[in-house]
Design a protein around this ligand. Structure first.
Ligand code: RUB
Length: 323
């Protein structure tokens, strides 16, 4: 199999051929590992410099998924402390493989924990395409619980199409609805489960645009909302008051240029993510266990350490952080 270069991986993340916070993180770790394995460098300094340059290229692709700078940080941590290029190369490969393994393991563990919150006969609503959220749903089905799902379309990139294919193939009864139909069906729903791109220190969850509307609707209808996420999507930088940058993508995803040309007074706004405040979330299920959103700082302190995020810090503060 041909290995993907760092620019190829970066391009695929930017264009969303590789998407979803966990997959993005693993793809970045793989790209750094593969690059390190073949990189010819005259000395340790040159090796370190080139790896740091590559890390920055990957981080610049999508600003919101904190999994990306966190994964890069885990892979790059301590690079240059070794004595030779060969030692540095081997250590980086070990860290990347370790991260990829633990990331996959986390998804399986969260599925086990999350499935415990799904009862026999439950109808679940999910928004966007989260492998972690789907993992919980599929695990509950695998354990024999009779469940049904409402999956949203997810304009403008239609990630809901991937979700319904996965649910269909798992043999789960699924209703496919447009995003604006959530309120019409919320009274048929027992539980909302979504994934996360980032979790801030105050327990706010950044996820696909529309998640906060789903959360508001669920709260009003007294339907519980669970966020399923690996601990490496928590954002230590928010402890220092930094914000999560909300990616705004191009207008073509929403309205073709030919139509826009005929509408000179219209501006298309296309934020890819939004922020759900902690008071709209009942539980965050991680591989370290389930916590109320108000305990997010404990995950950051115990599982990530305050220093993480060094690489993402260059982008500087912007965007919104909780409401
Ligand atoms: C994907 C999205 C997902 C999270 C979690 O947005 O919002 O809910 O990334 O996914 P996009 P996972 O399609 O713009 O990347 O659980 O798979 O990490």
């Amino acid at each position: 199999m041909k290995l993907m270069t760092v620019p190829e991986t970066a391009e695929k993340i930017k264009s969303m051929e590789i998407r979803g916070a966990g997959r993005i993180a693993r793809a970045a770790a793989e790209a750094l590992r593969d690059h390190a394995q073949t990189l010819k460098a005259k000395d340790l300094q040159a090796f370190k410099k080139e790896m740091e340059r590559s890390a920055r290229v990957l981080i610049a692709t999508r600003p919101t998924a904190v999994s990306l700078p966190n994964a890069v940080h885990i892979v790059m941590r301590g690079l240059g402390d070794e004595r030779t290029v060969e030692e540095a190369r081997a250590a980086l490969v070990r860290r990347a493989d370790g991260f990829i393994d633990s990331s996959r393991h986390a998804v399986e563990k969260i599925a086990q924990f999350g499935a415990r919150h799904i009862r026999d006969g439950d109808t679940i609503l999910t928004h966007c395409n989260s492998e972690v959220a789907l993992g919980c749903i599929i695990e509950a089905h695998r354990q024999g619980r009779d469940i049904e799902v409402f999956a949203t379309e997810v304009r403008p990139r239609n990630q809901g199409h991937i979700t319904i294919r996965t649910l269909n193939d798992a043999g789960i009864r699924t209703n496919f609805i447009v995003d604006s139909a959530v309120r019409s069906f919320i009274n048929d729903v027992d539980l909302v489960i979504v994934g996360a791109d980032a979790v801030t220190v105050n327990g706010a969850v950044v996820n696909k645009i529309g998640t906060s509307q789903v959360a508001h609707t669920a709260k009003e209808a007294r339907v519980n909302m669970i966020v399923a996420t690996e601990t490496y999507k928590f954002a230590p930088r928010t402890v220092m008051g930094e914000f999560i940058d909300i990616e705004e993508r191009g207008p073509d995803e929403v309205l073709p240029e030919a139509v826009r040309k005929t509408l000179p007074n219209v501006t298309v706004r296309n934020p890819a993510f939004d922020v759900t405040p902690p008071e709209f979330i009942d539980l965050i299920v991680t591989e370290a266990g389930a916590i109320p959103p108000q305990m997010a700082y404990v995950i950051i302190r115990e599982f990530l350490g305050w220093d993480i995020g060094e690489f993402g810090a260059e982008t500087g503060p912007s965007g919104i952080n909780g409401e």
